[in-house]
Design a binder for this molecule. Structure first.
Ligand SMILES: [Zn+2]
Length: 419
């Protein structure tokens, strides 16, 4: 089994340490990412572990250290490819985003959305070819004809736009940023070897550790096999996530997920473009490291390695941190929110179960007087408090905390189309 990431090559039975060149700064310095390839003696899956894409989220780094330093490679099948920091610049400056590209780096991996608005004429023409080919085997002529008319109109409109000699300079998608270029290259490396990806993050200062689960999205134009493949991918992913052993919180609705570009996160792109099981793990507070969380996440990763039959041994229950909402399908919402600016006197803690009508916080003015219009702020839904915004100040419409509440959306769904 040959595993390589750039110049770094895996060696059976060894841990190989090296660097992957990301890009050259204008001042000539090379930015490079540390790479670890830990390969077992036997053939098997390749698990990618990535961390610290948000520079002020550090816990994933010691988790990767703890996993790599506790492996017995003579007994392991397959390999682990670990990148302890995807964002060394943000890590050095204790900031979420790197100074050379101010966009959220966890929203810049390749875009798998087949319905993204800005299509080039070439993409529209190739979509037309697919439609025409489908027409040969699909006799639902009405649908095909309608689609062909739509495509013809789109091509005509696109040609009209091309008359503007400046149009090409407006097409931001033709000018991917430095971070997008780095991720496109790293994504190719990942594609070569990864069977599973786990991306390690931290959330708010007051947040329980949990797994963020992405929905599996599919292109309905690709037929029933695509739906079946998506369902299979979901079940493989669920198997690993359940084995990991943390609280599971689902990502937002498919439409909001795409609007927020979460399908271009590390795990979102690995799942929805590479179509490999992948998930994000949020490891409690950011800016620092909580030791019990490192221990729990190490156990979780070893559980996954055992589930994949890369290692033998018993699954270990997560006992170091609270695990909530077990067996329940929950997704997150920011709730409740304040109507007016207020000082918050919080009445709940992270991990609490709350019922509709429970008081979440009292709202006061800076003099300590109750806010007349909304002194008692109550939840309108049942759920679990899993993250609480920092500080005691809230501005109008700002959420007080984040609740995991019952989710009614399917985990396998079509890529949403913009209305
Ligand atoms: Zn993060």
């Amino acid at each position: 089994m040959l595993i390589n990431v750039g110049e770094n090559k895996g060696v059976p039975g060894e841990v190989v340490y090296g660097y992957w060149e990301a890009f050259e700064h204008p001042v000539g310095t090379i930015e490079r990412l540390p790479v670890i390839i830990a390969q077992g003696l036997k053939e098997g899956p390749v698990v990618w572990l990535t961390a610290n894409i948000h520079g002020d989220e550090y816990t994933g780094i010691p988790v990767i250290h703890s996993v790599i330093n506790n492996l017995n490679l003579t007994k392991m099948a397959g390999a682990i490819v670990a990148i302890p920091t995807l964002n060394p610049a943000g890590s050095r400056t204790i900031s979420r985003v790197p100074y050379y590209d101010k966009k959220d780096p966890n929203r810049l991996f390749p875009d798998g959305n087949p319905f993204k608005e800005k299509q080039t004429p070439q993409e529209i023409v190739s979509e037309k070819t697919i439609v025409e080919k489908k027409g040969e085997v699909n006799d639902d002529l009405k649908v095909i004809t309608q689609k062909a008319v739509q495509v013809a109109l789109a091509v005509r409109d696109e040609k009209k736009k091309e008359v503007d000699p400046l149009a090409i300079y407006d097409k931001d998608e033709l000018y991917p940023s430095i971070q997008e270029q780095i991720w496109a290259r790293l994504f190719k490396e990942m594609k070569q070897s990864a069977s599973v990806l786990i991306d390690l993050h931290n959330a708010y200062i007051k947040s329980i550790p949990f797994v963020f689960q992405d929905r599996v999205l599919y292109n309905p134009n690709k037929g029933p096999e695509e739906v079946e493949a998506a369902k299979k991918l979901l079940s493989q992913t669920m198997d690993l996530i359940s084995t990991f052993g943390f609280t599971i919180i689902r990502e937002t609705t498919p439409m909001k997920y795409v609007v927020k570009k979460l399908h271009r996160s590390t795990s979102g792109a690995a799942l929805n473009v590479l179509r490999i099981p992948s998930f994000t793990v949020e490891l409690g507070m950011y800016r620092d490291v909580e030791k019990p969380v490192v221990k729990a996440a190490t156990k979780g990763i070893f559980n996954v390695l055992k589930k994949l039959k890369m290692l033998e041994g018993e699954f270990e229950e997560i006992t170091e941190i609270p695990v909530i909402a077990q067996g329940e399908a929950v997704r997150y919402i920011g709730h409740p929110r304040v109507k007016t600016a207020a000082i918050i006197d919080l009445q709940v803690s992270k991990g609490d179960r709350v019922r509709k009508g429970d008081i979440i916080a009292y709202a006061r003015d800076i003099f300590g007087r109750p806010k007349n219009d909304e002194f008692e702020i109550r939840t309108e839904v049942d759920g679990y408090i899993f993250m609480i915004n920092e500080g005691i100040l809230r501005y109008p419409n700002e959420e007080i905390c984040w609740i995991a509440a019952k989710d009614v959306h399917p985990m396998v769904d079509e890529w949403p189309k913009k209305k």
